[in-house]
Design a protein around this ligand. Sequence first.
Ligand code: PNS
Length: 185
Amino acid sequence: MNKGTAIYPGSFDPPTNGHLDLIERGSKIFEELVVAILRNSEKSPMFSVAERLEMLKELTAPLKNVRLDTFDGLMVEYAKSIDAMCVLRGIRAISDYEYELQMALMNRKLEPTLETVFMMPADKYSYVSSRLVREVAQAGGPVRGLVPDVVEQKLREKLDPAYKLRDTNLIEVPRKTEKRRKKKA
Ligand code: PNS
């Protein structure tokens, strides 16, 4: 077994800055990091596996010890097939912990030799998730700074013309409150 290979499995629909942050951190501590996209996800994805692979390929190009792959079925079986000894997962907040703990323990039950290693992304990404990025983008909100530029561009292409991406990552607060305050006075 190659102790240097770790797998970073996920849906990456789409990849966020939080994912990229974790990939960069993981690539520094493992000899080889295999970013593995789950193919048979039950959810109806926004991006096809091929599109997600393409985005991740561009994002991880500078990281020479990072490899991309896709997998089906049990993650532990895939990890075994590539001789990975560790699974890398990110924990952003306490709310992630329960699900990640369950998954890590279930994976340990299925394959006791596979260790799960948790890392924390930079705190500025602690609230960023693919699901929220999709939700904000689908509603026409700005996602700059939450996803890499290439992903922002792909979101724009996918959702255009409904997606009117704003040039700022600040959401303007309506000035109604100000008016209401003046009326009351
Ligand atoms: O990015 P996500 O959606 O949180 O990733 C979840 C993922 C893909 C890591 C997880 O659902 C998974 O490993 N699925 C493969 C099927 C499997 O092995 N299930 C048992 C997990 S305990």
